[in-house]
Design a protein around this ligand. Structure first.
Ligand code: ADP
Ligand code: 5GP
Length: 204
């Protein structure tokens, strides 16, 4: 009867979202990581179909018209979106679906699937530390880093919209908190399931 659940992770680019998911992956049980589609260029080491589906602006806009996205947004001047079909399939298989999406995407997912959604905002302890990590990652040029920092100053203001805040001070401590949040996210029941449970509880 139960269908899967959604865990939305947001936080500034460079917050450590990918690092934390990777560090916790073995401890959170089976999950489906939603691979987004984007029009931004791949970074060094990123693979098409693994990190993102990298497409042109034209292809992305056709997908928008065809209604293929559960949500999409423009972030740092590029399109990013979550395809609906694989998410539906994973949910139908009772999986925990993890999204790494921005604050606009979180709002859209909440609007559509609030009852099965849990969310966590991940951030380094300070803006200064974010800047240090973005530079240490060595994947973006100066203009891109500055744009990400400016964006982060706005994104942090949305922190209160999330169920949990995970401060990524050390990877181990943040991953430990993430495991707890992911396990709790799995327990979230859909409204439909609650109604069905009450009906059956009353009648058996
Ligand atoms: P995101 O996926 O949120 O954009 P990343 O996982 O790519 O962020 O992390 C950004 C950079 O910061 C990477 O170079 C990563 O190795 C580093 N990093 C992540 N967590 C920590 C931490 N707790 N301490 C120091 N560096 C970190
Ligand atoms: P990056 O370019 O660093 O990979 O990601 C930039 C920002 O886009 C991050 O905040 C990330 O969470 C967000 N993002 C990635 N995929 C999606 C998506 O499918 N939808 C939305 N709304 N945001 C996304």
């Amino acid at each position: 009867m139960r269908r899967g659940a959604i865990l939305v992770l947001s936080g500034p680019s460079g917050a450590g979202k990918s690092t934390i998911i990777n560090a916790a992956a073995d401890e959170i049980g089976e999950y489906y990581f939603s691979i987004s589609t984007t029009t931004r260029a791949p970074r060094m080491g990123e693979k098409d179909g693994v990190d993102y589906f990298f497409v042109t602006k034209e292809v992305f806009e056709e997908d928008i018209k065809a209604g293929n996205f559960l949500e999409y947004a423009e972030v740092h001047g590029n399109y990013y979106g979550t395809s609906l079909k694989p998410v539906r399939e994973a949910l139908d298989q009772d999986k925990l679906v993890i999204f790494d999406i921005d604050i606009q995407g979180h709002r859209l997912v909440r609007a559509k699937m609030n009852d099965i959604t849990t969310s966590a905002f991940i951030t380094p302890p300070t803006l200064k530390e974010l800047e240090t990590r973005l530079r240490a990652r060595c994947t973006d040029d100066e203009a891109v880093i500055l744009r990400r920092i400016e964006n982060a100053k706005e994104e942090i203001r949305a922190l209160g919209e999330y169920d949990f805040t995970i401060i990524n001070d050390t990877v181990d401590a943040a991953a430990e908190k993430f495991v707890i949040v992911a396990k709790a996210a799995r327990l979230k029941q859909s409204t439909e399931d609650e109604v069905e449970f009450i009906r059956s509880w009353l009648n058996t």
